[in-house]
Design a protein around this ligand. Structure first.
Ligand code: ADP
Ligand code: MG
Length: 298
């Protein structure tokens, strides 16, 4: 399945080769990515849930100012699951934060559902975030004094929005939380807490779900449950997921991997596998050695 957009004309689309042997220690279950559409032209007119256009974002001030995003353009199509990878400090979190309207850009434009969010005042931006976006962070970010159930419905309550009881029941069952709804976060395992955070992010079917290292603090079984839930959100609920991860096994659940380096998108890996991602990173590290540069992919 191709997600090429006009924006990506200058990006080198990488074909990565399979390698054997190196990955035997990684035990990702096979991702349930839908079969490729196979040459349909409809791929090219799928609407974007969100996009960045020529985005520049500087972090820090004075001598310490860094171009965390340096002219980044990319579209995230409706129903697509995108993983963002790159060396530490390459701009992944910054990309996610401007995409989610948590940070304003210095230049360029961020669109969510066709809305230029730079045109919104803070109140309208907050409202748009509550209604159209879901968030999952590495550190769960649950309210410790609230039960799992209260945490899941909190954003809807803040927005004075109705909760669809059937949807809530379905999500909770799918995430294996039915017996845990009355528990507070401190009484739940890390995996259970993150599943609560995922239920909170998915409830109300927001168009765009952004995740920063959602499996970074989880064991592989809990991680797989979280990733499956995110994958299902795209295939069955047509939600759009953008996930930063350093884990090839997590990124292999996605439809494509976007590689960020020095604040720029440098490569796109379509229909990635654990092997193809690992091969890419190994090649990249190799390239770094030749330029005496050190990159840590974390
Ligand atoms: P990543 O998530 O890929 O590790 P970040 O998006 O967090 O990278 O950071 C990109 C660059 O911006 C890095 O050079 C980082 O040091 C810098 N940066 C990020 N946030 C800040 C900040 N609040 N103040 C100063 N520099 C920052
Ligand atoms: Mg980061």
């Amino acid at each position: 399945m191709s997600y090429a957009t006009a924006d990506q004309g200058t990006i080198r689309r990488t074909r990565v080769i399979r390698t054997f042997g190196a990955m035997s220690q990684l035990t990702a279950p096979p991702p349930t990515r839908p079969a490729a559409a196979g040459g349909t032209t409809l791929d090219h007119v799928r609407p974007a849930a969100a996009s960045l256009r020529s985005v520049v974002k500087t972090s820090g001030v004075g001598d310490r100012a860094v171009r965390a995003l340096d002219d980044v353009s990319i579209s995230f199509e409706v129903g697509a699951f995108t993983a963002i990878m790159g060396p530490s400090g390459s701009g992944k979190s910054t990309l996610l934060n401007v995409l989610a309207g948590l940070d304003r850009v210095d230049d360029g434009m961020v669109e969510i559902g066709g809305v230029d969010i730079g045109e919104l005042n803070d109140r309208d931006l907050t409202r748009l975030r509550r209604r159209r976006l879901g968030f999952v962070f590495q550190s769960f970010n649950l309210m410790p004094a609230l039960s799992a159930h209260e945490n899941i419905v909190l954003p809807k309550q803040l927005d004075r929005a109705a909760v669809d009881a059937d949807e809530l029941t379905g999500l909770v069952e799918r995430l294996g939380l039915s017996e845990r709804l009355g528990h507070r976060p401190g009484e739940l395992s890390g995996g259970q807490q993150q599943r609560v955070a995922v239920a909170r992010a998915l409830l109300g079917k927001p168009d765009l779900v952004v995740c920063d290292e959602p499996t970074g603090a989880l064991d592989s079984t809990s991680g797989a449950e979280v990733l499956s839930a995110l994958r299902t959100a795209t295939t069955e609920r047509h939600q759009t997921v953008v996930m930063v991860t350093h884990d090839p096994a997590a990124a292999a659940y996605a439809d494509r991997v976007v590689i960020v380096r020095d604040g720029r998108i440098t490569h796109l890996l379509d229909t990635p596998t654990v092997d193809s991602i690992v091969a890419f990173i190994a090649d990249d590290a190799h390239a770094d050695v030749s330029t005496s540069e050190t990159a840590v992919w974390s």
